[in-house]
Design a binder for this molecule. Structure first.
Ligand code: GTP
Ligand code: MG
Length: 680
């Protein structure tokens, strides 16, 4: 089935210890996010079937991950079925809690350590686990550059050492040819590179951040290093790099499926694939049988995407699954994201490659509300993240409508509450479609609803709504950029392949590419797209690039393939413009954060807060503030523990968009406005 990718650490908890010693200068409820784990179920508590946290019986949803306690559905016919399912689930999930949460982390990482060679299994091409340590020795990048000057900030020396240890990047993928799953393209990154998608609009999380983005652009048009900027602009693509007009192939659309835990993302994806013939009847029967045997009959469709034993046992998606189907207009790459808060880093690495997104909402009473919860719900965080990835076309799939008797009132209430929030994230009303549906009862997915209770809905079905997306803009005529999301090594054959989404330019067999950050030139030996050999990869394609003439240790996830004449930067001291998200803890000088950029993740320390900006106009309102509070935007300097491949946002959006996280939550989104000091 789909290829699975496990990017970075599974659990954010691994970082938590590092923050404990830091004096934030304000009151922090240290137990708020990491309550003590209890080993036994007490009478006055109920154990979350997802994260195994023991909640007080008065809590209707899990204090840690927001999963509901017991069925909260109304009295529709489906209630009985659903209740039974939940009962089954709860009993079986609770049995899995014999392994505590911490142990689960170990199991997960051990598993990803276990194998690193692709093998053939019957007719299926399975790409097994790969584990790459980021802190391998790498040489200096080619094309080192001097840092440019910015009138608005002052470069400082090293302001402190980040204690956090290097982070291992574990990547795992597997694929089945039956779904034409591409060998590892799993997480390619997302969104556009140097030019904006869909109308040239700067992609940013909120209207506030949009101001910041535009401001950054204009400022940097003056600051840009002339030599590099001019030569990049003067780049002339060769003829083969541009798609021929005669080509009638479907446009590829990377579609991220996101939303709160248990909202039905995998079920919806599996059902869609089945309806569109990507999962055979025979395979479906197999999933149904196996799921039933494990007491998880309701997860049969989700099992098409949730491949691993742990995912199936726990009933949650942990890593992004990639699958494909064709609609009338698009070759759709489905990126089924995990909804659980512990796996947001995995969601980020998958969803960063999205051209458009489906935000799945659980319409059940209490579930929609849990997803919208400011601190525990993932609906808001996912919506904010995908908007900041540059995704501006969204379908809100209001799922599980069967659980609310296909109530129009419930649907309208969700539109009014979530719609206001999406607007505040910067989504335009005209770019958001609202589709009521039921994945389990197959209502409104690929054809008009058959249930009379949904007769009030006269809009398009889900598949038609997907076809209504505007085609993404591609950077065909720019120099090559492919952030590496995954690496496949076959030591026996001495082969190494870099997987990812081509953000700009094109490659074919024989092309020379510069592999960053090792700054090694390699030759493209062959390309694969959707598990099939292909002659040329162009911007927008998810491909696996097999490389010759390079040591496998010099190709790593989080790195970038680029044009040898246009090396991208490698730096650890950066100036950012950030917007602190609603409800986030304040960011102070010295705050230690997780820094996410394309497929790289590093420990970062806030070295300087240069300016506080007016969030509407982007103008400086205060110099050198002590901290940045929620909803405020600011110019900051960060120093990373290890350098990352990076570009200023004004030059390359995909390599210049960042996310700052701490204590398991995304606290700020931003853009790179200046590379203060480049690594030599
Ligand atoms: P994570 O990936 O872990 O965040 O979960 P998910 O969003 O992928 O949810 P999943 O598909 O695993 O489904 C969770 C539960 O919701 C399963 O028991 C499904 O059967 C149930 N479910 C999914 N879609 C529907 C629906 O349309 N109606 C009802 N009543 N239940 C549904
Ligand atoms: Mg899922």
């Amino acid at each position: 089935m789909p290829r699975k990718v496990n990017y970075g650490l599974d659990y954010d908890d691994d970082y938590d210890d590092n923050y404990d010693e830091y004096d934030y200068g304000y009151e922090v409820d240290e137990n708020a996010e990491t309550p003590p784990q209890k080993e036994t179920i007490k009478h006055s508590v109920w154990r979350c079937s997802i994260c195994t946290y023991d909640n007080d019986e008065t809590m209707s949803s899990c204090d840690i991950c927001g999963v509901l306690h017991g069925p909260l559905l109304n009295n529709s016919i489906y209630d009985k079925k659903r209740t039974a399912n939940i009962f089954d689930l709860k009993s079986s999930r609770v049995s899995s809690t014999v392994v505590g949460r911490d142990e689960a982390v170990k199991v997960s990482s051990m598993r990803s350590d276990s194998s690193n060679q692709s093998t053939e299994k019957g007719k299926h091409n399975r790409l097994d686990e790969i584990n790459i340590l980021k802190n391998i020795e790498v040489g200096p990048p080619a094309g080192s550059r001097t840092s440019d000057n910015c009138s608005a900030s002052v470069q400082e020396g090293w302001l402190g050492h980040v204690d956090e240890s290097s982070v291992a990047v574990n990547l795992r993928s597997s694929g089945k040819s039956s779904l034409s799953l591409m060998p590892k393209e799993r997480n390619v990154m997302v969104d556009d590179s140097s030019s904006s998608r869909n109308g040239g609009e700067a992609n940013s999380l909120t209207s506030n951040l949009e101001n910041i983005s535009f401001a950054a652009k204009s400022r940097h048009s003056n600051d840009a290093k002339p030599g590099r900027a001019i030569s990049r602009a003067q780049y002339k693509p060769e003829k083969w790099m541009l798609p021929e007009k005669a080509e009638h192939s479907l446009t590829q659309l990377n579609l991220a499926i996101v939303g709160h835990v248990d909202s039905g993302k995998s079920t919806l994806s599996g059902r869609l694939l089945h309806l569109l013939g990507r999962i055979s009847q025979k395979e479906m029967h197999k999933y149904e049988k196996e799921a039933k045997l494990q007491g998880k009959g309701s997860f049969a469709y989700a099992w098409a995407l949730d491949e691993s034993a742990e995912e199936r046992e726990r009933g949650i998606t942990m890593t992004v699954a990639v699958a494909y189907f064709d609609s009338k207009r698009y070759h759709v790459v489905v990126l089924d994201s995990p909804g659980h808060k512990d796996f947001v880093p995995n969601m980020i690495t998958g969803a960063t490659q999205a051209d458009a997104s489906i935000l799945v909402i659980d319409a059940s009473i209490g579930s929609f509300e849990a997803g919208m919860d400011g601190t525990k719900g993932q609906t808001r965080e996912h919506a904010q993240l995908i908007r900041s990835f540059g995704v501006d076309q969204l379908i809100v799939a209001v799922n599980k409508m069967d659980a609310v008797d296909y109530s129009k009132e419930r649907f309208d209430l969700i539109i009014s509450q979530l719609g206001a929030f999406l607007r505040s994230c910067g989504f335009k009303d005209s770019s958001v479609s609202w589709i009521p549906l039921s994945a389990v009862e197959n209502q409104n997915l690929v054809s008009a609803p058959s249930d009379f209770r949904l007769s009030w809905y006269l809009g398009p079905n889900l598949l038609d709504a997907i076809d209504s997306f505007q085609p993404p803009t591609r950077e065909f005529s720019k120099p090559l950029i492919m952030p590496i999301c995954d690496v496949i090594k076959s030591p026996s054959q001495g082969q190494v392949s870099a997987c990812g989404k081509l953000e700009a330019g094109a490659v074919r067999s024989g092309s020379k590419v510069l592999v960053m950050p090792s700054a090694t030139i390699a030759t493209v030996r062959s390309l694969e797209r959707d598990s099939q050999a292909c002659p040329i990869g162009r911007a927008g394609d998810n491909i696996a690039v097999s490389l010759n003439g390079i040591d496998g240790n010099h190709v790593m996830a989080g790195g970038v393939l680029c044009h040898p004449d246009f090396p991208i930067a490698f730096a650890k001291h950066l100036e950012l413009k950030v917007l602190v998200l609603d409800g986030a803890t304040p960011i102070l000088i010295g705050s230690q954060l997780e820094f996410h950029i394309h497929h790289a993740k590093e420990a970062a320390r806030v070295a300087r807060i240069s300016f506080l900006l007016d969030s509407k106009t982007g103008k400086v309102v205060k110099k050198a503030p002590r901290c940045i509070l929620a909803k405020q935007s600011a110019v900051v300097e960060v120093i990373l523990q290890e350098a990352v491949c990076v570009e200023e946002f004004s030059k390359c959006k995909v390599l210049g968009r960042v996310f700052l996280r701490t204590l398991g939550r995304t606290v700020a989104v931003g853009i790179v406005t200046r590379i203060v000091e480049e690594q030599q």
